[in-house]
Design a protein. Structure first.
Lengths: 247, 107
């Protein structure tokens, strides 16, 4: 077992709130992730022990809660499945309430690599960006798959609407600073998705990107099936094209 | 199709638009719901500006008057919408109940 090495690392999630030096919270939404969650937590603890993390168990019906308990993680339990957006908003409220400066959205399925966490934080600290995206395509070209066609269309649309280029708008590996988290605290129509990024850009928040690499998901099932993907694209486009103008 | 009906269609479309924009501004409406209302009111405008569409369709289906077709169209869309809403409501009720149970059982 890797676990936290006690003496040197004091973190809020170990219950040592006041002595914690971490001003970064890693939020891990998890819905039926029994196959992946253990690996993700163990890797986080060994690779990035300096950051606090919290798991948002979004009404999982499998052993996710039990595994988190065994691992001794800090967990927010949603009594029913509320979806990624509500889980994220809950984590944002937690981060604001507990006075974290930054919150990083991190997948439970093992797609995101913890070795890039500090790169995101460094970028935010050095550039003063409000949002930092872990981008797969800042220096790497997108392939020609359907998924990437969708991603390209969103990139182009955001460029037209806001004048800013976001190379990987659908990346789920993002850092949010406190001012942005406070917006999520009070406005529940905001979601951690491309359309909200565009809205933040229009309202003058700064967004920057850091090149990262990601893995395939390490087990379990993805949120996105073809029907959900279509709904996702439709929602992003409608919000970008129509709703943005009225807000 | 009478001029009154055409004007009424366009005016009501404008009113719907006004309401939707207000609700969106206050962040009280979901994006996809607003899409429905915007498209629905757009169809009012199209029917109001081009009565030929309603006239041609009513001739095709054998309606006595084009305005009957317009009424039927509006009623049909709203019935489907109501059906969808009752499904959503049932789901919402179920979620509320399981939420209440979770709180009651202190889980």
């Amino acid at each position: 077992m890797i676990a936290c090495s006690g003496s040197t690392v004091l973190s809020r999630e170990n219950g040592a709130r006041l002595s914690s030096k971490s001003n970064v919270l890693i939020a891990i939404p998890a819905y039926n992730e029994e196959e992946c969650i253990e690996g993700t937590v163990k890797e986080l603890r060994s690779v990035a022990p300096e950051f606090d993390f919290i798991i948002i168990n979004d009404g999982s019906r499998d052993r996710t809660a039990e595994i988190c308990d065994l691992l001794g993680c800090k967990v927010i339990t949603m009594p029913i499945n509320c979806g990624l957006t509500v889980g994220f908003q809950t984590a944002a409220r937690y981060a604001v309430d507990h006075e974290y400066d930054y919150m990083i959205q991190f997948d439970a399925d093992g797609q995101h690599r913890p070795e890039y966490l500090s790169a995101l934080v460094e970028k935010a600290v050095n550039t003063g960006s409000d949002i930092v995206i872990g981008s797969r395509f800042l220096t790497v070209r997108k392939d020609k798959s359907m998924r990437m066609v969708g991603s390209r269309m969103i990139t182009v649309l955001i460029k037209i609407l806001t004048g800013h280029r976001i190379s990987d708008p659908t990346s789920g590996f993002r850092l949010f600073s406190r001012p942005v988290l406070e917006r999520y605290y009070y406005d529940n129509t905001l979601n951690p998705e491309p359309e909200s990024l565009a809205l933040f850009l229009k309202q003058g928040y700064s967004v920057s990107e850091v090149q990262v690499s990601m893995r395939e998901r390490q087990g379990g099932e993805s949120y996105l099936n073809p029907v959900k993907s279509m709904q996702y694209m439709l929602r992003v486009f409608v919000t970008l094209l129509i709703v943005q103008w009225f807000r | 199709m009478s001029i009154t009906l055409r004007v009424l269609l366009i005016v009501s479309a404008a009113v719907v638009l006004l309401f939707v924009v207000r609700k969106l501004k206050k962040s009280q409406m979901q994006a996809l719901d607003s899409l429905f209302w915007l498209l629905f009111s757009l169809s009012f405008v199209i029917l109001g500006i081009f009565p030929e569409i309603a006239i041609a369709c009513s001739a095709l289906f054998g309606f006595v008057s084009p305005s009957n077709l317009v009424f039927l169209y509006v009623i049909a869309v709203l019935v489907v919408r109501d059906f969808c809403n009752s499904l959503r409501l049932a789901k919402l009720e179920e979620r509320l109940n399981s939420l209440a149970q979770a709180v009651a059982l202190d889980k």
